[in-house]
Design a protein around this ligand. Sequence first.
Ligand SMILES: Cc1cc2nc3c(=O)[nH]c(=O)nc-3n(C[C@H](O)[C@H](O)[C@H](O)COP(=O)(O)OP(=O)(O)OC[C@H]3O[C@@H](n4cnc5c(N)ncnc54)[C@H](O)[C@@H]3O)c2cc1C
Length: 452
Amino acid sequence: MKLLVIGGGLTGLAGAYEAVRLGAEVTLIEGSSRLGGKVWTEYTDNLVIEHGPDSVVSYRPEALGLARELGLGDKIEEVASSRVVYMRSGNKLRPLPASMGIILPARLWPFVTTGILSIPDKLRAGFDLVLPRKLTTGEDISIGEFLKYRLGPAMVRKFADPLVGGIYGASVDDLSLDAVLPSLRHNEEKHRALLLAARAGRPRGPQKKGASPFRSLQGGMGTLIDAVAGATRSSGVTIITGEMVEASILDSHEYDAVLLAGGVGSSAKLLADRVPEAATILGQIPMSSSTVVTLAYTEDQIGTGAAAHGWLEAQAAPVSGITVSTAKWAERAPEGQVLLRAFVPARLGAIASAPDDELLTAIKTHLAQIMGVRGEPWLTRITRWAGVMPSYTVGHLTRVAAIEKALESTPWRIAGSALHGVGLPDCIGSAKRAVGALLGVDSVVSSGDSRV
Ligand SMILES: Cc1cc2nc3c(=O)[nH]c(=O)nc-3n(C[C@H](O)[C@H](O)[C@H](O)COP(=O)(O)OP(=O)(O)OC[C@H]3O[C@@H](n4cnc5c(N)ncnc54)[C@H](O)[C@@H]3O)c2cc1C
């Protein structure tokens, strides 16, 4: 079986790695000169700069499993245990409640005592305990609509939107419950109240204080790309960079099957004339944009206190959050240096499309106000990810089913963040499943919950 993989991001590389392992003859073609796609780690001035993802979640096994398989087990890095994540609301930085899940803390006390919610907010969230079920039909609804009913608008504005909307670059009022957080439907079905479900699902036994589910790799996420690319090459995969694949390749007899791993726009374009139905539906998936701004300072320019850990915004700001990379991960900068990452999703409005100098000024002013940062950063990077992040809006799973049906009888499969989850573990899982389908081998990867 001769397989062509289009795209050398993590999805394409993981797909090629899996396919060669299963005995296929594989060629991978990447349009740009760099492998990794959105996974892009820059090494400069002894800094480790992440232009894209900086971590993976540990509760999905695919990414860490791949890292271990590639001999990177001892390079897996946990978030620094001293780090606390803050939420900024009412002009104050307040720690996220301990044992916070994606929507609710698993333990009641941290929720009762958090200053992020007012007493009326907490009382409204408590209605959850008595309200009847909302999801009485199988119809998809938005996460926002569901959570406003169960927990009230403040929980959505102060927790769900910054935490979940941030990942998908969209408002929870648009995001699909069934595609993004299917566990919420299950929890309501089983426990009715989400507060009861959170308690029932909490980890048993002694917990490591502030344990974060996020993991990175020493040297950043680029370490994974280098390892999988190296292993793929040495298993005999031909990797070609700097060449954009055109749609005509799908008609060539050179390959028996094709894995389309170039992203939503790329796959829609390649399939437009061959499987127009799939291409049209792909075109209906809204794509969002985001900008990552990196700033390097010396320690004496930064104030101390809560802000030095980084925070998420639950109020108007020119950023959706600030990560202090040097507080989150070890060895990202030399001693005495501080590396910050600011996120500016398109949904913040005009600031997201402002020219570089205006954007930088707004972020520096904000950092001065919240963190007491003085003076100029000695290094800055602005990475604009334009129209590349699929938003799973209400009805997403119906669209996915139609795309998959349209491709069923073809030797072409789509993998990556388009369909079943935007996180790196989801992308790897989708690549393995697609390769399994193309090669006629049952994949061992289960279809997952798209939580990132
Ligand atoms: C700012 C940001 C932060 C993120 N943070 C996280 C995070 O912390 N954790 C996490 O799990 N996920 C995160 N994500 C999501 C994750 O990075 C992406 O979902 C994932 O990297 C997508 O990988 P991919 O290989 O499918 O696509 P891409 O990385 O986009 O790779 C696709 C590749 O295909 C190439 N290509 C496209 N068309 C063609 C063609 N016709 N011919 C040849 N080559 C082509 C492109 O050049 C590109 O290199 C983040 C995303 C962004 C943008």
